[in-house]
Each structure stands twice: as structure tokens, then as C-alpha cells.
Design a protein around this ligand. Structure first.
Ligand SMILES: Nc1ncnc2c1ncn2[C@@H]1O[C@H](COP(=O)(O)OP(=O)(O)OP(=O)(O)O)[C@@H](O)[C@H]1O
Ligand SMILES: [Mg+2]
Length: 231
């Protein structure tokens, strides 16, 4: 599951940041996520360790989210793109976190490995919205939806970012919703930012409609884009 290069990177990072590596949280096409007892500012803190796949990574459309210009593309190796992607997720998380958006606090990154705050309890990750869709009806769905909207607004107006892969798969619920998976997030002046924002809103509205939440995509879009610096 982990290639030798990634293990070496983990080993280097562990000298400073990891006390003990725990179990697997998720294995996906693009990344694996593990639990770790981490070390941050002298304290033991629960961490999530996200390792991006170098060899078998399936993402071919990285460029759309990194570059607006394909002319320079060929000069960067696939491996270096994955490293850049990891750094991008770290910096996006940092930006969002500092703006007060509810995302995991990023701790460190090196090459294709990212360390961040663990979202969950007792080494058990909080569920994503898709994982608890059956139980969601019993919860305050309206409240959850409006909390997510507040966070997207803040992400847009304060962090000046658009998530660009927002859906029930990338929102965890730990008491309140937490937005994850920020590698593809782009600055709002990216040429496709508005297209991505519309798609994010569409995905959310589609998901929450199943639970009786009636919201207008266009209106939400206007609220986010028009509301700008006040959020
Ligand atoms: N900070 C975290 N704390 C706890 N669990 C996490 C954290 N970040 C991610 N996870 C878990 O790992 C899963 C995958 O994470 P993420 O969405 O960031 O990766 P991904 O890029 O979608 O990976 P892939 O597409 O390869 O599955 C999440 O659905 C969640 O269950
Ligand atoms: Mg994801």
C-alpha cells in the first residue's frame, strides 16, 4: 500500500511529528489516510496522515487545478506534480484554517505526505455525510446545511478559495460539519473558479434536497459571491 519512497518520507517526518503510526482510515485511488499519535508543539495530538500515491495515482486532470496555462506543463514530472499537489493541499488548509473555516488544522507536509488534525474520537474518524446519509434524517439537516454554507462563504470571502470538489464525500460530521480534501481548491481568481463554485453548490443542493432542504442554487451563488467581504 505504501511504496518505499513514501515510507522514507514518513520516517523522516516521524522524527519530529509522529509518536506512533496507527491504523488505516481510508485507502483510495489518489491517497491513503492513516491515524497517528502525532507530536505538535510538545504535545501528543491525534493526527491524520494523508499520503498521496505516486505510482498508481489516477489523477490526470491535476493541471486544470494547478495551472491555468498548459505551456509549462511538460517540464514538471508526475512525481513533482504530486509533491506540488500535497503542498497545495497543505497551503489551502492553512489558508482556510486561518480564515476560520472549519477544516482540519494542517501540521506539516513533506513530499507526498501531509499531516493534519485528526477529525474523530478515540482513533475513530467521524463519518462523512455520505456514510451517515441514512441517519441524517434524524438530525437537524437544515442546520447542518446552513453551517456548511457559512463555511463556504467564509472560504470564499476570507480565504479567497473555492473548494472545487465539495460533496457529501468531502464533508465529515463531528458534532458540526468539517470540510476536508482541499488539494484541488483554487484561488477565486483562477479562470475556472466560478465554474467550480457553481458545481460545488449544485452538488450540495442536490444532496440536501433528498432530505427536504429546499434551496435555490442561483440564490446561494449570489449570496456567496455578492456577500464578499462581510462573512
Ligand atoms: N483529517 C482527517 N481526520 C480523519 N479522517 C480523515 C481526515 N482526512 C481524511 N479522512 C478520511 O479519509 C478519507 C479520504 O480523505 P480525502 O477525502 O482527503 O482523500 P481523497 O483525496 O478523497 O482520497 P481518494 O480520492 O483517493 O479516496 C475521508 O473520507 C475520511 O474518511
Ligand atoms: Mg475525498
Amino acid at each position: 500500500m505504501l511504496d518505499l519512497r513514501t515510507l522514507r518520507t514518513l520516517y523522516k517526518l516521524s522524527k519530529k511529528y509522529i509518536k506512533a503510526l496507527g491504523g488505516v482510515i481510508s485507502t483510495g485511488k489518489e491517497a491513503n489516510v492513516f491515524y497517528a499519535d502525532g507530536i505538535y508543539e510538545g504535545k501528543v495530538v491525534p493526527m491524520a496522515v494523508k499520503t498521496y500515491r505516486i505510482e498508481t495515482s489516477s489523477f490526470d486532470d491535476l493541471d486544470e487545478y494547478i495551472f491555468g496555462d498548459k505551456r509549462f506543463d511538460y517540464r514538471i514530472s508526475h512525481k513533482d506534480k504530486i509533491f506540488l499537489w500535497t503542498e497545495k493541499e497543505f497551503r489551502n488548509l492553512e489558508r482556510a484554517y486561518e480564515a476560520g473555516v472549519r477544516v482540519p488544522k494542517p501540521y506539516a507536509y513533506m513530499k507526498n505526505v501531509l499531516l493534519m488534525e485528526f477529525i474523530g474520537e478515540n482513533e475513530i474518524p467521524a463519518p462523512t455525510l455520505v456514510e451517515i446519509r441514512k441517519e441524517l434524517v434524524e438530525l437537524d439537516v437544515e442546520g447542518i446545511f446552513s453551517d456548511i454554507l457559512d463555511n463556504i462563504k467564509r472560504l470564499y470571502s476570507k480565504a479567497e478559495l473555492v473548494h472545487a470538489d465539495l460533496s457529501e464525500y468531502n464533508i465529515m460530521l463531528l458534532d458540526k460539519p468539517v470540510i476536508i480534501d482541499m488539494g484541488q481548491a483554487v484561488l477565486r481568481d483562477h479562470p475556472k473558479a466560478m465554474e467550480f463554485l457553481k458545481r460545488d453548490i449544485k452538488n450540495l443542493v442536490r444532496f440536501f434536497r433528498k432530505f427536504g432542504v429546499k434551496e435555490d442554487e442561483e440564490q446561494i451563488y449570489e449570496e456567496i459571491v455578492g456577500g464578499d467581504d462581510e462573512a
